[in-house]
Design a protein around this ligand. Structure first.
Ligand code: GP9
Ligand code: MN
Length: 627
């Protein structure tokens, strides 16, 4: 279509398109290609050298995707064609901006399940967090918009070339066929399904545009074409899975039987701040003190996905994995779950979920019912008398802990699940907090985080003192853990500098840990247990200490397991021996970081990753529901 050049009505023509129109299409095309390229590298999904074979594969697939999209636009009427191209360019630009910010916080692309909570999650309370992720260099996304608008106005004024229907269909088909060929050629070289499906792997290999298509395809397959209810095969698989679980020993069984259970999930508390000092000052003096009197697990990974805080709550209260995409709290609040609160209730405990924020956030009001909590104490029940963290309007952890203890009926056995909030990303609130001096890191992202962690630690100290005053400290099983990361990957350099280590994927993976502290008199208090585990192991570990079984937990009892391992939601696996990175399908020695031959571990890995499949089946098919 671009082969002959002649003048018609004072316009330079290329075939039947005006030269201006052709240049405009090309500019839109190139602009989106550059933005896609920028996305892949700013998210660190793709790494230098820019034109390595895997990056060329990704670029070819992105090129193919754009040709397919353009092919469809070509079919639009002559009058509207150029406007349609502009709209298409604009939608893709907005999508890429949204994808970039979303990725920096959630490590994934925006998918249909994610859109389920877009109204609450992205547009309301976390505005501050989301905008803080925008970087000056991201202006690359919008700088050309005025030029494109000017071009659109000019071309529309001067008139466009007229393609007859036959030529339009031909041009469209040509574009689609070339695009699909490029896509097929690249996707056939990418084994998307090997092991757990991982959207980031698809994004890395075939580009962000194609990964949206892939995610939507999967969503439709899973939701429209999947039969409801368990198939016989799936039922058998679940039976085999749960039937084959065996404990290695029976240590500490029932040591805290009949005692209260207090679980605190600490916002963004990562393991690396524990026992760390800046110029001699402890970042978390109260937690460090508690650790000396407790059993401390220092090798516990967070396993959250699109549901972030709510996923951590789900992991520790059900010992299932969070949903593949989006938040299980938002998508599956009507399922039947075997849960920690239900198990406690069966034993006569009153169960409380406590969080000083809006009850509808993360759909907690619905989900806490499904998990079986008797009482949900939310922002509506607290007196909003003190504020700290986030955007300055959230109830402070200090007030939250103080008021929470007043709301628990301690005359009867209880399980209280407390979820803190003050140390929430982006931590700017603590920039001027002068109770902790972050030294050379003052004013930096890490410095602000450390101050937030120090504030959270101070409130935890007050809480523990209060428990002691009320005689609850030695009379309760106390469990504390962090919910998820505080430092997104795009800030990895700052963290590495702070910790004085050099970056590698294995080192980064090893930093994705949260502290897990268990306190009860008679435990191995003062000891550090380094078995590899995750938040999914919290429920079975607690159950053992309280003296009951968890026949439907996927996690393991950390006090009675031989080998440590954790499966992350993206299909990566970390064990006491190695790190399998499912984003690149490579395996490394956990200590030295040296590459290993992953084929030697294939069988073992398949067994671990099967847990994701089992959990997804349970959740997607509501498999525990009896009726
Ligand atoms: C809000 C809080 C924050 O209630 O739990 O959630 P997050 O943004 O960390 O997922
Ligand atoms: Mn959180």
């Amino acid at each position: 279509m671009f082969n002959s050049s002649l003048a018609k009505n004072n316009k330079v023509m290329i075939g039947d398109l005006s030269l201006r129109e052709a240049i405009y299409c090309l500019m839109c095309f190139l602009s989106i290609m550059i933005k896609c390229f920028y996305y892949q590298f700013t998210t660190r999904l793709n790494l230098r050298p820019f034109f390595s074979s895997s990056n060329i594969l990704m670029l070819t697939a992105s090129f193919g995707m754009l040709l397919v999209i353009m092919g469809f636009v070509m079919l639009i009427s002559n009058k509207r064609r150029i406007t349609a191209i502009f709209i298409c360019y604009l939608i893709l630009t907005v999508l890429l901006i949204a994808d970039t910010n979303f990725y920096r916080y959630y490590y994934g692309i925006i998918t249909i399940p994610v859109l389920f909570h877009v109204n609450i999650k992205l547009l309301n309370s976390v505005d501050q967090s989301i905008f803080s992720l925008f970087k000056i260099k991201d202006l690359i996304y919008i700088l050309d918009i005025p030029v494109m608008i000017a071009g659109l106005v000019m071309i529309n004024k001067r008139g466009v070339g007229k393609l007859n229907t036959r030529k339009k269909v031909l041009a469209s088909m040509l574009s689609i066929i070339v695009g699909l060929t490029a896509l097929l050629a690249t996707s056939s070289r990418t084994d998307i399904n090997a092991f757990a499906h991982n959207s980031n792997y698809v994004t890395k290999r075939l580009g962000v545009l194609y990964s949206h298509v892939d995610a939507t395809k999967r969503y439709i397959e899973n939701n429209l074409f999947n039969e409801d209810g368990l198939s016989e095969k799936e039922e058998q698989e679940l039976k085999e899975f749960f039937g084959s679980r065996q404990k290695a020993s029976d240590n500490y069984r029932g040591i805290a039987k009949g005692k209260n259970l207090i679980v605190v999930q600490i916002e963004a508390m990562q393991e690396f701040v524990i026992n760390r000092r800046i110029d001699g000052r402890e970042i978390t003096p109260n937690l460090n003190k508690l650790i000396k009197q407790s059993l401390y697990f220092d090798n516990i990974y967070f396993q959250v996905a699109g549901g972030n805080t709510s996923d951590a709550e789900f992991l520790s209260n059900t010992s299932l994995y969070p949903a593949k995409e989006g938040s299980v709290y938002t998508i599956y609040p009507e399922n039947f779950y075997y849960s920690l609160p239900k198990a406690m209730k069966e034993q006569g405990y009153t169960t409380y979920a406590m969080h000083g924020f809006r009850p509808d956030f993360w759909n907690r009001n619905e989900m806490y019912k499904a998990l079986g909590f008797d009482v949900f104490v939310s922002e509506e029940d607290y007196e909003m008398d003190d504020f700290a963290g986030w955007d300055g309007t959230a109830l402070s952890d200090s007030s939250f802990f103080r008021q929470s203890l007043e709301k628990i009926d301690t005359s009867k056995p209880f399980y209280s699940f407390l979820v803190t909030l003050s140390s929430h990303h982006p931590f700017n609130y603590f920039e001027n907090y002068d109770e902790f001096d972050a030294g050379e890191f003052e004013g930096t992202y890490i410095g602000n985080y450390i101050k937030a962690a120090n504030y959270a630690d101070k409130c935890l100290g007050e809480f523990i003192d209060n428990l002691k005053k009320r005689g609850l400290f030695d009379n309760s099983l106390l469990v504390l853990y962090g919910d998820h990361s505080a430092v997104p990957k795009h800030q990895a350099d700052e963290l590495m500098e702070f910790l004085d280590i050099s970056y590698s994927e294995t080192e980064w993976a090893k930093l994705q840990k949260v502290p897990l502290i268990i306190h009860y008199p008679g435990l191995r208090n003062g000891e550090v247990e380094s078995i590899t585990g995750g938040q999914i192991d919290i429920f079975p570990t607690i159950a053992n200490l309280l003296g009951f079984d968890t026949p439907f937990a996927i996690g393991k009892d950390l006090l009675n397991s031989k080998e440590g391992y954790v499966v992350l939601r993206n299909g990566s696996v970390i064990t006491d021996r190695y790190f399998y990175d499912n984003n690149v399908r490579e395996i490394f020695d956990i200590k030295s970081g040296k590459p290993l031959n992953w084929k030697d571990y294939m069988h073992e890995l398949k067994g671990y990753i099967n847990e994701l499949y089992i959990s997804d089946t349970i959740i997607e098919k509501d498999a525990f529901r009896k009726e």
